[in-house]
Write a protein that binds this ligand. Structure first.
Ligand code: FES
Length: 149
């Protein structure tokens, strides 16, 4: 029988090995940098938001642990093509999942597999780094630097 832990590892390793949208966007009009002060890992996120407030394209560059890279890959996958408002809703759901509040699993795509991370405080910052960077990029048109603290 397929065990949840095996599924978790398989999905995380797949996103880590073959991260989706792992590239710098030449035509980005929003971007943000995220920094995890606990380990020094960073992510740069690029968004192209069109005139209808839709995330037309998204990309990221990062050098971090498997969870942070996989989480960034999952995040870009799920918000690509949605409106800024929907992306904020998805961000809120992810945050609620990680803080063990009620959340809507349906809208999180592969990122729902990271729900178990909430049991491991040391890995929470890894999982949320790209998501807080997304929120920062959505909040302003200029480059911003955030930390997860
Ligand atoms: Fe640095 Fe996970 S150990 S982000």
């Amino acid at each position: 029988m397929y065990d949840l832990q095996e599924l978790y590892q398989e999905v995380v390793m797949d996103h880590n090995r073959s991260p989706r949208n792992f590239r710098k966007l030449g035509n980005a009009n929003r971007s943000a940098e995220g920094f995890n002060p606990l380990c020094g890992d960073q992510i740069t996120l690029y968004l192209e938001v069109d005139d209808d407030d839709k995330i037309k394209d998204i990309g990221f560059q990062a050098g971090g642990c498997a969870i942070s890279k996989a989480s960034a890959s999952m995040m870009t996958d799920v918000v690509k093509g949605v409106s800024v408002k929907e992306a904020e809703h998805i961000f809120n759901n992810f945050r609620q999942m990680i803080t063990q509040e009620d959340y809507d699993a349906e809208i999180l795509g592969d990122a729902e597999i990271l729900s178990g991370v909430s049991q491991y405080p040391a890995r929470i910052k890894c999982a949320v780094l790209s998501w807080h960077t997304l929120k920062s990029a959505l909040d302003g048109a200029d480059t911003q630097r955030i930390t997860t603290e």
